[in-house]
Design a protein around this ligand. Sequence first.
Ligand code: ATP
Ligand code: MG
Length: 422
Amino acid sequence: MAKTVQGIRGMNDVLPSEAHRWAYFERTVQDWVRSYGYQAIRMPILERTELFVRSIGEVTDIVEKEMYTFTDELNGEQLTLRPEGTASCVRAAIEHNLLYPGPQRLWYWGPMFRHERPQKGRYRQFHQVGIEALGFAGPDIDAEHIVMCARLWRRLGLQDLRLELNSLGSAEARARHRTKLVAHLEKHVAVLDDDARRRMHTNPLRVLDSKNPALQDMIAAAPRLADDLDEASAEAFSALQASLRAAGIAFSVNPRLVRGLDYYNGTVFEWITDRLGAQGTVCAGGRYDGLIGQIGGKPAPACGFAMGVERLLALMAECGVAVPEDQPDAYVLRQGEAALPWAELVAETLRDAGLSAVLHCGGGSFKSQMRKADASGARYAVIIGDDEALSRMVSVKALRGGTQQAQARVSPQAACEIIKSG
Ligand code: ATP
Ligand code: MG
């Protein structure tokens, strides 16, 4: 036998047993974005590498070590499988002049690719739902985003999510803070690990994001961004907090929340749960007022967030959220020469009536077909032997305790009514 070809580590198949949970999630999200007036945008999965280097930042985990980058052998271009959606969304908005008529509320969803060490909740192909509000200065839109999240969590039946906020301030405030921070890091250079040493001059803020336990004391003692905030950011941040209080949304300010992508400024936030182990952040975002200008567009403020679909689905399961399985209404059994073509017509009649019908294919005794009907999860078996076929009739049997247990020889239309009513 030929050796099997396996899938790629960290890239998962969604099997039929789980697919209905994904479909339910997608439907809920589509409904939810509609209710806030966000319009869909779809971007390609491949982009020029330069887009991510210029937006996410050269000295970040994503760009330094997580991107799937290759050279297109046909023309020598450097391409990257998108590690996130914001950069592509902003690129598309600039390229197609989407902001010309005014600010835009956009959303998208799809697979993202990062070469990370696979573990529970961390994959190499994972999925994000992304929300971007381009051309909005806030803080009203920042509040909208957070209120939106809270509504989605309710709709999905999620519990135990907490909200953490921080403000990174303006680019100038960050530059001021940076000088102090570098001085602090230089003073403690002896305790720094290799990553931190490498980053202390290129991206010192990222050092504070380190999970290394040995650095935590040094991090706790580091100068705080909050003390260097510019007035406008501080005002926007407190206005946002007031809106959240008015909306009844609990939060805590985490002065160490910095986000792993360089394009953020001003308000940033994360939704975190303790129920998924180490990979507890299910949603993250904030303002990125500089990004549009940075990648060549007419400068405009913007903000957005992305949620990890796999992590949210895991939390749904953890919270015991039941999702109805998508089972057929009817399974059509058939035996005998005349029954074969008649059953095909009957199955189409059921579908014309808006029912879902699985037509038995491949022969077998009635008994074995009945086992298949049962296993399909269908509510009703529609049975067609030669008798039924000759009289252009069908017999109906409830498989899951329908109101009408069995009906011999009824018209296909009558069968539709029985199945619909039970
Ligand atoms: P982390 O700190 O967990 O690596 P991140 O800061 O890299 O997260 P973002 O780039 O902000 O993550 O992505 C937004 C969300 O997408 C995350 O909060 C998470 O829910 C999800 N996510 C990110 N990377 C992965 C991954 N490799 N596998 C599954 N979900 C992911
Ligand atoms: Mg990451």
